[in-house]
Structure formats: C-alpha cells, structure tokens
Design a protein around this ligand. Sequence first.
Ligand code: GLC
Length: 452
Amino acid sequence: MNRKNESKANFVKLQKDAQNVLSQNDKSRYTVPNLNLYPHQWLWDSCFIAIGLANYDIERAQIEILSLLEAQWHNGMMPNIILHTKSQHLKDHADRHSRIWRSFKNPNAPDQVETSGITQPPMLAEAIYKIGEKLPKLKRREWYKLTYPALLNYHQWLYKERDPHNEGLTLQIHPWEVGLDNTPPWMNELNDHLLPWWIRFVATTRLDNLIGWFRSDNNLTIKNERLTNVEALAFYSVQRRLRRKNYDFQKIIDHSLFAIEDITFNSILIRANYCLRQIANELEVRLPSDLIVSMRKSVDELDKLWDEYAEEYYSRDFISHRLLKTTSIGGLIPLYSGGIKKDRALRLVNSLKSERRFKSPYPVPSVPLDSNWFQDQRYWQGPTWINTNWLIIEGLKRYGFNDLAEDIRNSSIEMVQKSGFYEYFNPHTGEGLGSNSFAWSAALIIDLLVNF
Ligand code: GLC
C-alpha cells in the first residue's frame, strides 16, 4: 500500500472507531459524554455530538437535538444538564443530582424532565444549521421549521434575561455555564471575590486533602488531571447560592457579586446569531427587530473586549466592566465568532503560531505555555481539548488561514490515533487524559475527517 492509501485506510478505521464510541454512549434518544464520569446529557456536548452524527446518520443527529429541545425551560432557557431521571440505568446517579439541583422549584422548569438550573454555550443554532446543510432542500425547510420556534425563543431568552442592560453581551453566573470549568480567568474571580470563609479555611489548612474522598471524579480518573478540591468546593458553593434563589435570575443578579460577560460564551453566541439568521432567511421569516438590534450590538461590544496593549481578547466583569486580564484559550474563540476584523484574526493567528504562547507539539493548549497557570495535565488549565480545537479550526477556515487550520486538524487526528478518544490531552506529548471514550472527541474527529 502506498502512503496515501495507507493513511486513507487509517482514517476509515479511525472513523469507524469514533462511530463505535458514539454508539456505546448512545442511550437511544441522547448520547452521554462518558458512561461513567458523565452519565447524563449535556447541552453543548449534545450539539457537538449531533454535528458529528450528521456526517453519517442524519436522523439520529436530529433526534439528539430534539431530545435537547424537550428540556427547554418555559422561559426559553436551555439547561446545561438533562438528568433523565426516568431512565433506569441512571436512577441512583440522577436522583442524587436532582437533589443537588432541585430546579423543579423554579416555575419555568420543564414538566417532563429534570434538569440543572443554568445554561451552557449556545452551540444549538450551529448544530441545527449544520444538520440542515446536509439535508435536501425540502427536508431542510421542514427541519428548520420544526426547530425554529424553540431556537428563536432560546436566543430571545439569552438577550432578555442575560443582557439586562441591553449592552449586547450576555452574562454568565457560574463557570459551568462557560463549559471551560476551571479556566483561569474564572478561577481568579472566584478566588478574589467569592470564596466563603470555610473554603478559605479548608484551603489554608490543607484540609482539602482529607475531604477529597467525596468526589466521584477522582475515583474514576487520576487526581492531578481534575479540578483541585478547593475548586470543586467553590463550584458547589456557587451552585448552592443559585439553588437557594431557585435559579430566579432577578433575585440572583440583584445580590450577585459574580457575573461575567464571558468571551467564549459571547463569541459562540455571535456565530449562533449568524446561524439563526441563515435559518430565518431560508424560512423567509423576519427575526423580531429588537433581536436584530441586540445581535448587531453583540458584534460591536465584543470589540471592546480587545486589549490593544496585550493584543488579546478577555472576558469582562459585568458590573465594573473591568477586563479580566488572565489569558486562556477563551481569548482565541473570537476567531470562531466570525464577527471580528481580519487584522484582529491575524493577531490571534500570531499567538497560535508563537512557541511561547499556544504552539505546543499538540496544540491548542487551554492555557498559554508561558502562563503561571499552565499545567500540562490539569483539566482546563493546560491540556488540549478537541472541542476548542474544532472551534478554532472553523474560525481559521472562515478567515482563510487554511494552512494553520489544517495543521491543527492533523495534530488533533494524530492525538486520537496515538492515544484514543480521550476527554483531553497533554499538549506536550499528546497523551490522553481524563476519561476515555469521550463522545465529543469522537464526534468532532468524525467531522474533521469528513469535512476537510
Ligand atoms: C465538563 C466540561 C464541560 C462538559 C461536561 C460534560 O464539566 O468542562 O464542558 O460539558 O464536562 O462533558
């Protein structure tokens, strides 16, 4: 076999392996990220999974999305976790989680399913749009018609509730809402403003080592690859504050010390708005005019998150409008938004090409290599993730940086060939970290194999 045929055969096998991971994690109408560590349905995971599925089983991709829509809140919110309490295999786990969340206390919670009380990055429009692109015209229109009301409702909720000052950027109230859980800018804010005295006490007395036993993720994966115990306690403490207010946004925001206009979330929203507009065009319907105004403002306001001196995008504190000047992979996600100018995109590309910053042997690290936060195995504080690579690749292609897009695509493929469909990877060695058989790693590799 010559080299070209050999790599073709390898890719065919890789795609088959990836499809196997997705079918192992398939619970008939939804897919779990990982059978042991994440046995529920997550919002942005399911969107990435649907994008992968659409390449070989479009009907199953549609079902993945429809199962998400069944959990939409009455006010339009899409929750980040659907607990599927009625599913027998999850019963105990889901019961425990529904006690943690108790979101049914909020009158907007859905009647048929149990969910969390917060959201996650708005990848939904992209998933619906990409599925549509793979359908013939008539079916595409049917698909868009079926999903459009829920999608519109969701985007209206995003602006109505999460952009209370009508500025164009939405705010997030928990690091889980951003999907990059312990990413440094959020951890800095938590440390500076929000840790209750008892967590500070635990941290300074090193009692956290003793209480690690309560964490199921540490039993399932290696400890130094996960959140620290202090980070985990801090996350649950923020979640408990939200639960005490029954996830009533008005009550939360009136007393909040902690609300961030996150760069990753808002960049994804700008792209999602583009997809929603395309869908509306195809259906020949007009989007509500106040939504159009907000969508435009988002693009203008994102520009204000640029720091000319550091040549970087940052998240912003909602109340003080202070930029949170801690670098992370979030600063590169504006590439995916499609809403920034080409010269800015070029500066992000320079950062991706810099060996000091993001050019590791297996890019793209979730924190730049020269950051004090960088640890090559620690969750969102260094390792390379397939979903952020996919977002960056999509962005690079949109701005015409095809060679760099191809490099990152190839090294992503190489990582999973070498190590398996892990949750994340060591950016120096490509070694797999966290849980194996991770659904979005499989789904997005399929997409990178098929659509390049
Ligand atoms: C972790 C990730 C989050 C993901 C979830 C399920 O919390 O940080 O982005 O959605 O796991 O895979």
